[in-house]
Ligand binder design. Structure first.
Ligand code: TRP
Length: 334
């Protein structure tokens, strides 16, 4: 019999398209590794996706399934992890409203991730929903009383906000929620193929978990390397080279040797890139294999999401019962 896992993880993503290698090293890898140890919940945050994509709701149904397939392909096991859809757990929206009474507008305005996203999207004025999404994220994390939240480093302010809400709630009404902690990976920020920015879909500099062998090869061959290397035997500077950073992340066994050879000018960029493409494809192959089953049987993905959502909802209802009790809004239940 499997032993009952005592601690919980909740984390997830906005469904806004395909997941890439940055998502993998930033958080997905931790989730796959920790699902044996923790009772893991993965949220596909479709309502949060609407905070920026409210004018494109027709994309959601495919994007939700895309993220689910990326999770399953990456090695998330639906027997161990509950994958669910945010909008189908209305208790999260309810909890968001209760939390919104104990968060100030100023706290939200000063959230650095909100600020940089508002800039990135060119918002002169923010919608109430966008400014407030960290409150809804606190409800995502706490509805199942999660202890640990594996995320990329841009999410730290949101976890801090969640902790503040939890402390205030517990102080005021009684201990209902554990104070969750962020878990940041060893590679919190993977550079994009342009070598300038972090890997991101909107910057068109990403390698996707669902890319084919040929796409991976092509993207790597075009990746930016050390600009000081013009000839094959020029001494290189691996620390400024994107390709080298990928070797560190995905070919750690060989990365020291590659750095040495690059510095000595005894390995050329083309050979170095070819080796990386091979390694990356070997890493992605098992994902491709798993993905095939779900692409061929889309109903499997839908069933996993429906089952996961039912389980998440049960947890949410248990939590809300307690919340209503401590907030004394359980008027008719005694
Ligand atoms: N804000 C996260 C992102 O943009 C997605 C998210 C929504 C999330 N709810 C969450 C992450 C709860 C961790 C926990 O990637």
């Amino acid at each position: 019999m499997s032993k009952k896992k005592e601690k919980r993880i909740l984390t997830g993503d906005r469904p806004t398209g395909k997941l890439h290698l940055g998502h993998y090293v930033g958080s997905l890898q931790n989730r796959v590794e920790l699902q044996d140890e923790y009772d893991t919940f993965l949220i596909i945050a479709d309502v949060q996706a609407l905070t920026t994509n409210f004018d494109r709701p027709e994309k959601l149904s495919e994007d939700v399934r895309q993220v689910a397939r990326d999770y399953l392909a990456a090695g998330i096991d639906p027997e161990k992890t509950t994958i669910f859809v945010q909008s189908l757990v209305p208790e999260i929206a309810e909890l968001t409203i209760f939390y919104s009474m104990i968060v100030t507008v100023n706290q939200l305005r000063h959230n650095p991730t909100i600020k940089s996203e508002a800039e990135q999207y060119g918002y002169k004025e923010m919608s109430y929903g966008f400014l407030g999404y960290p409150v809804s994220q606190a409800a995502d994390i706490t509805f199942c009383r999660a202890n640990l939240v594996p995320v990329g480093e841009d999410q730290i302010p949101h976890i801090e906000q969640t902790r503040k809400i939890v402390r205030k709630f517990n102080n005021m009404y009684g201990e209902v929620f554990p104070e969750p902690e962020a878990l940041i990976s060893d590679f919190p920020r993977l550079m994009g193929l342009d070598g300038k920015n972090k890997m991101s879909k909107s910057l068109n500099n990403a390698i996707y978990l669902s890319d084919s062998k040929e796409e991976v090869q092509q993207k790597i061959m075009q990746a930016k390397t050390d600009p000081a290397r013009i000839h094959k035997d020029d001494p290189g500077h691996p620390e400024v080279c994107t390709v080298y950073h990928y070797h560190e992340a995905f070919n750690s066994e060989e990365s020291d040797e590659i750095a040495e050879k690059c510095r000595a000018g005894t390995i050329g960029c083309v050979a170095c890139k070819k080796r990386l493409a091979e390694k990356l494809n070997a890493f992605l192959d098992p994902m491709r294999e798993r993905r095939k089953k779900y692409l061929e049987n889309p109903e499997l993905v839908d069933q996993i999401l429906m089952d996961g959502t039912a389980k998440a909802r049960e947890e949410a209802q248990k939590t809300m019962e307690k919340v209503r009790e401590v907030m004394k809004i359980d008027y008719f239940s005694k």
